[in-house]
Design a protein around this ligand. Structure first.
Ligand code: HEM
Length: 139
């Protein structure tokens, strides 16, 4: 049972990360599309589905499975886990920030350039490298 939950954790993280890395990419292209154009309307549908049908359920499953493993294994008292926990909170804050941007795009209310979205695209990459490093090396 424990190992199945761990497998679920890895699968959820893969799905969550796919969205966290790809949604800002869609914003890069969307910010260049003309308002009300077919491209812009297509991006809206893609962003909405990615955010609400994939990313949010994957984020919820990542938290449920991760907390279950942490409590069951006793890892919650170890320092590497405490740092991972804080980084996972940052990842979650970034998730909600992306949802906020997605709503703005949906109402044709984007205020940022494509350069901004290229830059924020690096945030989940850096967090992911740190988290995976912590979980594997357990320093
Ligand atoms: C959302 C809150 C999260 C919690 C509470 C959590 C908790 C945990 C715990 C307790 C483990 C078990 C470590 C072990 O058995 O060695 C684990 C494994 C793992 N987590 Fe998370 N995690 C969370 C989010 C994340 C995120 C955001 C990532 C990656 C970006 C991630 C990637 C991994 C990986 C790669 C493993 C290794 C599985 C293994 O081989 O044992 N986790 N997580």
């Amino acid at each position: 049972m424990y190992l199945w939950i761990k497998a679920l954790h890895v699968v959820s993280i893969i799905s969550w990360m796919a969205g966290l890395l790809y949604l800002p990419r869609l914003f890069v292209y969307h910010s260049d599309a003309e308002l009300k154009s077919i491209q812009s309307e297509t991006f809206k549908v893609m962003e909405k589905r990615l955010a609400h049908a994939i990313m949010t359920p994957a984020m919820v499953m990542s938290w449920i499975s991760g907390l279950f493993i942490a409590i069951h294994s006793g890892f919650y008292s170890e320092n590497w886990f405490k740092i991972k926990f804080i980084l996972a909170i940052f990842m979650t804050v970034f998730h909600f920030y992306l949802l906020n941007l997605q709503t703005k795009f949906n109402f044709d209310n984007n205020r940022h350039s494509n350069r901004f979205y290229r830059l924020i695209n690096e945030i989940p990459t850096v967090l992911m490298l740190l988290i995976v490093g912590l979980v594997i090396l357990k320093p």
